[in-house]
Design a protein around this ligand. Structure first.
Ligand SMILES: Nc1ncnc2c1ncn2[C@@H]1O[C@H](COP(=O)(O)OP(=O)(O)O)[C@@H](O)[C@H]1O
Ligand SMILES: [Mg+2]
Length: 159
C-alpha cells in the first residue's frame, strides 16, 4: 500500500479548483472512491470534475438516484452514490454499461457495495470536516493509475 497524501481545502470554491486540477490529469479509465460524512464535499468535488470537463448529464440505464452519467462526445463520467445501500441491493442494478466502458471515469460516493465488482487500481479520497469550510482530503492509491493521479493532484497544491 502506498503512503497517504493529504490535501486541504478552505472553501467549496477551492474544492472545485482541486476538481479542475484533477480533471486536467484524467486520461480515461480512472476509478475514484470518495469517502467521508454527509456534507464533507464529495459531491461538490464530483460536480466540479464534470464541469471542468465540460460534460453534460444524460440518462442512464441504472436508477437516476444511484448513478448519473456525464458525457461529452464519446467520453463518459459516471457519478455513483450508494448511500445506505448494501452489496446485495446494488447487484444487477445496471452497472454493466459503466463497467464495460474501459475509458469511463467512475467517481463513487459510499462505494463499498460496489467494491467487489471494481478493478483494484482505484484512488481513495477520504474527506474530513475540519471546520465550517475547512476540509482535509486524504488520497490513497491502490495501483499505478491511481498513484499517478494522486501524486499529480497533490503536486498541484504543493508546488
Ligand atoms: N471546503 C469545502 N469543500 C467542499 N464543500 C464545502 C467546503 N466548505 C463548505 N462546503 C459546503 O459543504 C457542502 C458539501 O456538500 P456535498 O458536496 O453535497 O457533501 P457530500 O457529497 O460529501 O455529502 C456544500 O454545501 C458546500 O458548499
Ligand atoms: Mg454527496
Amino acid at each position: 500500500m502506498t503512503k497517504e497524501l493529504v490535501l486541504h481545502s478552505s472553501s467549496a470554491l477551492q474544492t472545485r479548483q482541486l476538481a479542475r486540477e484533477f480533471a486536467a490529469r484524467l486520461k480515461g479509465g480512472e476509478i475514484v472512491f470518495l469517502r467521508g460524512p454527509i456534507g464533507a464535499g464529495k459531491t461538490v468535488f464530483v460536480k466540479g470534475v464534470a464541469e471542468a470537463l465540460g460534460m453534460k448529464s444524460s440518462p442512464t440505464s441504472a436508477s437516476f438516484s444511484l448513478m448519473k452519467r456525464y458525457q461529452k462526445g464519446k467520453k463518459n463520467l459516471f457519478h455513483i452514490d450508494l448511500f445506505r445501500l448494501s452489496e446485495g441491493e446494488v447487484f444487477n442494478l445496471g452497472f454493466e454499461e459503466m463497467l464495460e466502458d474501459e475509458k469511463a471515469v467512475i467517481l463513487a460516493e459510499w462505494p463499498d457495495p460496489l467494491a467487489s465488482m471494481m478493478p483494484k487500481d482505484r484512488l481513495e479520497m477520504d474527506f474530513t470536516l475540519c471546520g465550517a469550510d475547512k476540509r482535509r482530503i486524504a488520497l490513497r492509491a491502490n495501483g499505478p493509475v491511481s498513484q499517478a493521479l494522486a501524486e499529480g493532484l497533490w503536486q498541484s497544491q504543493n508546488k
